[in-house]
Design a protein around this ligand. Structure first.
Ligand code: C5P
Length: 250
């Protein structure tokens, strides 16, 4: 069972948290803007290492969706923080659940991404989600992807990766993905959506998107998902040699 597989409901606010969770648990953080392949990389690394995986963006996406359903304004910080503290979110076998309902692709739309980036600007919302995220650092290890995994949620992570790619390339990847699913897509609109979300994530005063100190910077613009995986795996080998020998020996 991975962190992404725990069907536990969100336990709510956590105060007085030690920064970075349990220091005995090895953590890899993968941060970067939307559409760089962070999620794919995190899931693949976690599967390879047999570690838990945290898709932190899903928390903000579910919160945006839940707020919309309850008619909560995305600028209403107090109401959103209250909702975040009691959010009946669960993860099971790669699926994201809200009050037991499998949300499927509902949280993967551009609209859901933009709503997520709007709820994510509020400090009280981020505080409400912090404890739950840190609790995902459980043995044998955690791979966490998002925007502030290395800077704020797991500042003591053994390996921090910052994955980037040009906005044009990320929009094109998204375009191909949508076309592949037989969905309508417009490339200039997607480029604009990517730029808007980047600007909101980078310019917000709380937990702005930026590379953590000491992060390994990877620009995936001209790299395949395989290239990126191999490159980061080399870093994992370097930072966690024992873990890696264990995997190789299994
Ligand atoms: O990673 P994903 O695209 O699913 O994230 C959706 C949005 O949630 C991001 O654009 C960002 O605003 C927000 N987010 C965040 N901090 C995280 C993960 C996501 O603010 N750790």
């Amino acid at each position: 069972m991975t962190a992404g597989d725990s069907a536990d409901a969100h336990p709510g606010l956590g105060d007085g948290e030690a920064p970075g969770g349990n220091p005995a648990v090895p953590v890899i953080t993968i941060d970067g803007p939307s559409g760089t392949g962070k999620g794919t990389l995190a899931a693949r690394l976690a599967a390879h290492l047999g570690w838990h995986c945290l898709d932190s963006g899903a928390l903000y996406r579910v919160l945006g969706l839940a707020a919309g359903r309850r008619g909560i304004d995305l600028d209403d910080e107090a109401a959103l923080a209250g909702l975040a503290a009691n959010l009946g979110i669960g993860f099971a076998a790669g699926r994201v659940l809200l009050e037991g309902e499998d949300l499927g692709d509902l949280i993967r739309t551009e609209t859901a991404g933009l709503a997520a980036s709007r709820v994510a600007v509020h400090p009280l919302v981020r505080a409400a989600l912090l404890h739950w995220q840190r609790c995902q650092a459980r043995p044998p290890g955690l791979v966490a992807d998002g925007r502030d995994m290395g800077t704020l949620v797991f500042p003591r992570a053994g390996l921090k990766v910052f994955l980037d790619a040009s906005a044009q390339e990320r929009a094109e990847r998204r375009y191909k993905q949508l076309m592949g699913k037989g969905l309508d897509a417009n490339l200039p609109d997607l480029v604009e959506a990517v730029r808007q979300r980047d600007a909101r994530d980078r310019d917000r005063p709380v937990a702005p998107l930026r590379a953590a100190a000491g992060a390994v910077l990877v620009d995936s613009t001209a790299l395949s998902a395989n290239n990126v995986f191999e490159l980061v795996l080399e870093e994992v080998r370097r930072v966690f040699p024992d873990q890696f020998h264990q995997v190789a020996a299994d």
